[in-house]
Ligand binder design. Structure first.
Ligand code: SF4
Ligand code: SF4
Ligand code: SF4
Length: 272
């Protein structure tokens, strides 16, 4: 039964967030929202433990589509980084600020970049592309994410400084245009670099939050050195080029691990 503890803990964490926000903000939406996400993630973890092949993809679709279609398009909440800046500037702890706090700023201290492996609606689509593992070495293009991070901040700051009217409508349009741009650039880079996750590695501004926080992640893949035979299979199947055989927090690309479990599934010695 011990192996089922992680999904139970994850569900408990999300239920705690759901009930706390429901009661403190007097809004039952939070109870529904975080319960749904928590149940989806826990279901995925149960399926993973049961070695179901498409467990991760099921969670990606359950959470990703919910956030993109329901929260983004139907409820018109900009859940992208621009939406986070927008709510931050207005001083409102709602929607995107709560989402960022839970999934991308404080949550990674517990579950690292689980968001990137199981919930992100951009990666949900990119993971359907044919280049599941990178075909070449990593490029030194990670600086681009800081440029896109600064651009997103500058865009929202400019709207506020210029006192543009009907900012809510602009943020909704920005959500649609921003997502279209992410998908277009993500797909183009995946084919250009033969790497589905090239967008995540080089361009995505959210990684500016995710990387430093996930450095301290409680949940991370560890290697049992007594079993490892240094066959290198784990590195070959890793979509994010992580050196998972190194247990230190400074391991190569350690803050890029999306907890996809491909290394664990493929290790011939069950060392991970
Ligand atoms: S790096 Fe960005 S695009 Fe990639 S999965 Fe994470 S949040 Fe999504
Ligand atoms: S796949 Fe397993 S045995 Fe091979 S190097 Fe990785 S951890 Fe070691
Ligand atoms: S293959 Fe392993 S090390 Fe690489 S991202 Fe997935 S879980 Fe992390």
């Amino acid at each position: 039964m011990k192996k089922y503890l992680p999904p139970v803990v994850m569900l408990a964490v999300f239920e705690t967030i759901a009930v706390t926000l429901w009661l403190t903000k007097d809004n039952i939406f939070y109870l529904f929202n975080f319960s749904y996400i928590g149940c989806s993630i826990a279901l995925g973890m149960f399926l993973l433990i049961g070695k179901r092949k498409n467990a991760r993809r099921i969670v990606q679709l359950l959470v990703g589509l919910y956030m993109l279609v329901y929260l983004g398009l139907i409820c018109r909440e900009n859940m992208q980084i621009e939406g986070f800046w927008y709510y931050l500037f207005t001083g409102v702890f709602e929607a995107a600020t709560i989402h960022y706090a839970v999934a991308k700023i404080f949550g990674p201290l517990l579950f690292g970049r689980g968001w990137c492996g199981y919930a992100c609606w951009t990666a949900m689509l990119l993971d359907f592309l044919p280049y599941k593992t990178p075909s070449g070495p990593r490029r030194k293009l990670g600086w681009i994410r800081y440029v896109s991070f600064a651009a997103s901040l500058a865009f929202v700051a400019a709207l506020f400084l210029a006192r543009v009217g009907n900012i809510e409508r602009i943020m909704f349009l920005a959500f649609i245009v921003g997502n279209a741009l992410y998908y277009a650039v993500g797909i183009a880079l995946a084919y250009a670099f033969k790497d589905n996750r090239a967008f995540c590695k080089y361009v995505c501004p959210v990684a500016v939050f995710l990387k430093p926080m996930s450095y301290f992640a409680l949940i991370r893949i560890r290697c049992d050195k007594s079993r490892c035979v240094s066959c290198g299979k784990c590195k070959r199947v890793c979509p994010m080029d992580v050196d998972v055989t190194d247990n230190s927090r400074k391991r190569a690309n350690g803050t890029e691990c999306i907890l996809c479990m491909e290394c664990v599934k493929n290790c011939p010695k069950k060392a991970l």
